[in-house]
Design a protein around this ligand. Structure first.
Ligand code: UD1
Length: 354
């Protein structure tokens, strides 16, 4: 059986790693990179560090407005699918690459499977929310990471196509953590173990309005411990455009980290401050308290279990949230046992093998 994976943005490379490994010896696996993320630190290092085979195709679409970027992907992917003739296209998460791949495939009658199906923020301002909903409804097989995801799918009439497989990000995190236990990695310059926060900010709602971004940066700069700010290209570009200096006060400005170094940095930190989806969960799996600068989260389990706190409109609540004491320990495993990729390949073979 021939399975074709489409990825394009950083979190998708992380999810692809355990899937590519689980495919070995079980199915022919073709990898297509749309080129949505193209900087070495946003793309290439993930393939190298996580042992992902080089993509068979790279469309090199690069940056652009939503319509422009998604449209370029649609046109490029259609040609690739026609040439590669996969039995199923596997799409990941909620980016523009996800939606473009799902649409391109269904229009030419190639079945689609969606990994990380069923997540909802119910926030229609987020481009990712539209990508999720549209991709789920176009897909033939919905691979959900959580029980909450399965409930959302059932609520939208999609239960018959849904399978709960667990979260592949747990697979990759556990694997990397094992390697880190064997081989100690140095921390980035300017921080020491247990005495810093890890921070990432990249969502349009936080970066695009100068007043909002300034408020966030000022709150971070005033925290009582170094804040390792791993600056996404979007954050850097917009801060520069708005004339906001990121290297202020407590902030230790740093390039984005490769995945093993990121896990190491989070595991040794006092807390995480972020608007990323993946990082909220990585913090939880490493049992590091997280504060999320968003009005809601798709990963509600992290909040319910006390390991994640949401701060949005009132930024004066950010410092007390980040500096709160660690919550009660928990042995809950809402994100699975680290074998989600195997279950994903099982489900794909069961549904699509001829
Ligand atoms: C995308 C995803 C988001 C995901 C995030 C992870 C969509 C709608 N959003 O957001 O769900 O959480 O990736 O990082 O698909 N840029 C570079 N170099 C790169 C990549 C991007 O400089 O390698 C710059 C571009 O100039 C662009 C900006 O970053 O303007 C945003 O990139 P884009 O892919 O549109 O969205 P992200 O904000 O990265």
């Amino acid at each position: 059986m021939r399975i074709l994976s489409v990825v394009g943005a950083r979190p998708q490379f992380v999810k692809l790693a355990p899937i590519a490994r689980a495919m070995k010896g079980r199915a022919e696996h073709i990898i297509v990179h749309t080129g949505q993320h193209y900087d070495e630190l946003m793309s290439d290092v993930f393939f190298q560090d996580l042992g992902i085979p080089a993509p068979d195709y790279n469309l090199g679409v690069g940056s652009g407005k939503h319509g422009e970027q998604t449209g370029a992907m649609l046109a490029g992917l259609e040609k690739v699918f026609e040439e590669a003739q996969p039995d199923v296209v596997l799409v990941y998460g909620d980016t523009n690459s996800t939606l473009a791949a799902a649409l391109a495939a269904v229009k030419i009658h190639i079945p689609v499977a969606h990994l990380e199906a069923g997540l909802r923020s119910f926030n229609r301002r987020m481009p990712e929310e539209h990508n999720r909903v549209l991709t789920d409804h176009a897909s033939d097989l919905l691979l959900s990471p959580t029980e909450v995801g399965m409930k959302h799918l059932a609520g939208e009439g999609l239960a018959g196509r849904s399978v709960m497989v667990g979260d592949v990000m747990t697979d990759v995190l556990f694997r990397v953590r094992e390697h880190l236990a064997e081989e100690r990695q140095p921390l980035p310059d300017g921080v020491s173990a247990g005495k810093y926060f890890v921070c990432t900010i990249h969502r349009p709602d936080n970066t695009d309005d100068p007043t909002r971004l300034k408020g966030i940066v000022e709150s971070l700069a005033a925290l009582g411990m170094p804040v390792l700010l791993l600056a996404h290209p979007r954050l850097k570009a917009l801060a520069e455009a708005h004339g906001i200096s990121l290297a202020a006060g407590s902030i230790v400005l740093h390039e984005p980290l490769a995945y093993p170094q990121l896990v190491n940095a989070v595991a040794n930190s006092a807390g995480v401050v972020t608007d990323s989806g993946g990082l909220q969960k990585e913090a939880f799996l490493l049992r590091i308290p997280c504060t999320t600068i968003r009005p809601e989260t798709e990963w509600v389990e992290t909040v319910e279990l006390g390991w994640n706190m949401l701060v949005n409109d009132d930024l004066s609540k950010l410092a007390p949230a980040v500096q709160r004491p660690a919550p009660d320990p928990t042995d809950a495993t809402p994100y699975g046992d680290g074998n989600a990729a195997q279950r994903t390949v099982d489900a794909l073979l069961e549904k699509f093998a001829k």
